[in-house]
Each structure stands twice: as structure tokens, then as C-alpha cells.
Design a binder for this molecule. Structure first.
Ligand code: DAH
Length: 357
């Protein structure tokens, strides 16, 4: 019996895995196991012998069962330890530095423009992208029959059949925020309004959604001279050049009178744009003195107040400043493009710290 005990206890101690343990269990305690056979022999023994052997065999059986169970637990613990070692992860390691997100050129340029005008005392104002027909057109002196409505390739919102009211539109420009700012804040007023605008148009320089920033300054004696100075300061700061020549070209917008489109002197020598030198002119924005009817629509008395307004395409000046050839790529979310043209997240544009880092 001692031999049996030594044999199984040492085999159990050495078993490498659960299936080896099971084989040992069958060998010792299975139906035809060595110990089971011995127990069967008890029946043939005389009572005296049986009284001695019975308890010893039972004790041996218990001992081996206990050894099997203990070894099984030890194997499971070892397997778990091994897994924990293999799957260990150092959560204190620094995050990967490559492949970080970047700031989109549209966001960057919006921040740059905002920083420049904030420095001149303009506050940021916003309005809804789904705009009332009235704010987008009528209030800006664009009545129902006006050709500007057709020219703008407007997206109209769905309207229940039988509803006689004009449908809302996806705003075709940021100019309606002029009206909303006047309604909300009154005069005097100095705001810029950056945001998304929509027109049904698509080619290398047009996308159905794009971005504008609107400027509006209203006071007692604001003139074209103030407009010219502001825009010159803006263009110099934005393109980061010391001197720049602007050309005010007479134009027409329903919401301004007089109206001017503004060009900047530039050169395209060698295929790259240089602002402030050369013999070319580049149109960058529309502007003018706010039309009295527009002031009235914004509940501001045109007898007492006057102002200037302008509208710039953010995507357009981003393309010019950063040499980006195709507008459509702005909105394709191509990671390679974003990494190439994007900006570092922490380089927030400021006038004192540098606009474009
Ligand atoms: N709203 C015009 C457009 O989208 C741009 C514009 C022109 C805005 C002249 C103005 C302005 O405020 O005075 O084409």
C-alpha cells in the first residue's frame, strides 16, 4: 500500500496538465483502477483483515483524491499567472506621439480671422444654418423676384403641402447673421460671424457646403474709410505681410450701397502666390455700406446709425494662404490630406504669438 501511495503521489506532483491528472485518476481510482481493484479484494478477506485494510484503503483513496484536487487547483493558478504575465500592459506608458489628429485648415483660418478682428474690437456672433427665407433674403433687401435668389442656387427645406409660408432655406451666406445680430444687440455694433453656408454647386472651387465670415460695424459715423482701414489691417495680418495694396472695385450687392469688391495686389510667379507684390489682382471679398433698408429690417434707425459690412470666403482665403489647390479635398476626410495640410492642435493663432505658428 505504501508503494501505491508513493507511486501516485509523486506522479500527481509531476503531472504537467489536467489531462495527465485525469489519466492518473483513472489508473488509480477508475473502475479498473489499481486502488479500486484492491477495494474489491476486501470482499474476499476474512473479517479481521478487512477491518484493518478497509480504513487504510479508504484513507489512501481520500488522500489521492485530495492530491488530485490540489494539483488541479495549482495547475489552474499557474495557467492564470502565466496569462496575466503574457497579457500585462503598462498603462503608464506615454500615448503614441505619431498619428495624432490635426486642426483642419478651415478651423485654423477661422481662428486666425477671429483673432485679427477680436483685436479690432469685433465680437463673434452666430446664427442658424437652417435659416428663415426672410433673414436670408428679404431682410437683406433681396425681395422675392430678385435675380440674386436664383443666382444663389439655394437649398430649400421640405414644406408640408398646403403650407403657404415660404420654406426655410439652408443659408446661402452668413449675411443673415447681420440681421440677427442687429435684432439681438442693437447699435452700436461690431461683430464678425463665421460659419457654414450652402449652395448647390460643385467643382474645383465650389462645394455645396463652404464657409464664410461676415463682418458688420455700426455706429454714428462709420464710413467707407473705416471699412478700408479695417480690411487693410485684416489682409496684412492674415497674409502676414507688412504692406499690401487693396483695390476697391465698384460692384453691386442688394444689402450694401455703395458696394465694393476688394482685390489684393499679388503675383503668381513660379506658380506660387505672393501677396503685396506683382501685377495681378486677386478678388478676396465683397463689402459696402449697409443699406438703410437692411438697418430697418434689423430694427436700427438709419437716420441715426450707419455702418459697413463685408463677407469673405474662409475656404477661399485658406486655399490662397496655404497653397491648397482643390476645395473639394477640404471635405473628403482623407487622412493623408489632413496630416499634410492640418495644424498642430496646440498652436492656437494669436496676434502676439503668431497666426500660423
Ligand atoms: N453675402 C455675399 C455673398 O455671399 C458676400 C457679401 C458681400 C457680404 C458684400 C457682405 C457684403 O456683407 O457687404 O456673396
Amino acid at each position: 500500500m505504501d508503494d501505491l501511495r508513493d507511486k501516485y503521489l509523486s506522479a500527481i506532483a509531476e503531472a504537467a496538465d489536467e489531462s495527465a491528472l485525469e489519466t492518473l485518476r483513472v489508473q488509480a481510482l477508475g473502475k479498473k483502477g489499481e486502488i479500486s481493484l484492491k477495494m474489491r479484494e476486501l470482499g474476499k478477506m476474512d473479517p479481521e483483515e478487512r477491518k484493518q485494510m478497509g480504513p487504510r484503503l479508504n484513507a489512501l483513496k481520500d488522500e489521492i483524491n485530495a492530491a488530485l484536487a490540489a494539483k488541479k487547483q495549482a495547475l489552474a493558478d499557474a495557467a492564470l499567472d502565466e496569462r496575466l504575465r503574457a497579457e500585462w500592459l503598462d498603462v503608464t506608458l506615454p500615448a503614441r506621439v505619431r498619428r495624432r489628429g490635426t486642426i483642419h485648415p478651415v478651423s485654423q483660418v477661422t481662428e486666425e480671422v477671429t483673432a485679427i478682428f477680436a483685436d479690432m474690437g469685433f465680437a463673434v456672433a452666430e446664427g442658424p444654418q437652417v435659416e428663415s427665407d426672410w433673414h436670408n433674403f428679404d431682410a437683406l433687401n433681396i425681395p422675392g423676384h430678385h435675380p440674386a435668389r436664383a443666382e444663389m442656387d439655394t437649398f430649400y427645406m421640405h414644406r408640408e403641402s398646403g403650407d403657404a409660408r415660404p420654406p426655410h432655406v439652408l443659408r446661402t451666406h452668413t449675411s443673415p447673421v447681420q440681421i440677427r445680430s442687429m435684432e439681438l444687440r442693437g447699435a452700436p455694433l461690431r461683430v464678425i460671424c463665421p460659419g457654414r453656408v450652402y449652395r448647390a454647386d460643385y467643382d474645383q472651387t465650389h462645394t455645396p457646403m463652404f464657409h464664410q465670415v461676415e463682418g458688420l460695424a455700426i455706429d454714428r459715423d462709420i464710413s467707407m474709410a473705416n471699412l478700408k482701414w479695417c480690411l487693410e489691417e485684416f489682409v496684412k495680418a492674415f497674409f502676414e505681410v507688412d504692406d499690401v495694396e487693396l483695390r476697391f472695385r465698384a460692384s453691386h450687392f442688394p444689402f450694401t450701397e455703395p458696394s465694393a469688391e476688394v482685390d489684393i495686389r499679388c503675383s503668381w510667379e513660379g506658380g506660387t502666390l505672393k501677396v503685396g507684390e506683382g501685377d495681378d489682382w486677386l478678388e478676396i471679398l465683397g463689402s459696402g455700406m449697409v443699406h438703410p433698408r437692411v438697418l430697418e429690417a434689423g430694427e436700427i434707425n438709419p437716420e441715426r446709425w450707419q455702418g459697413f459690412a463685408f463677407g469673405v470666403g474662409i475656404d477661399r482665403i485658406a486655399m490662397l494662404k496655404y497653397g491648397i489647390p482643390d476645395l473639394r479635398a477640404f471635405f473628403e476626410s482623407d487622412l493623408r490630406w489632413l496630416r499634410h495640410y492640418g495644424f498642430a492642435a496646440l498652436d492656437v493663432p494669436t496676434l502676439h504669438g503668431g497666426l500660423s505658428g
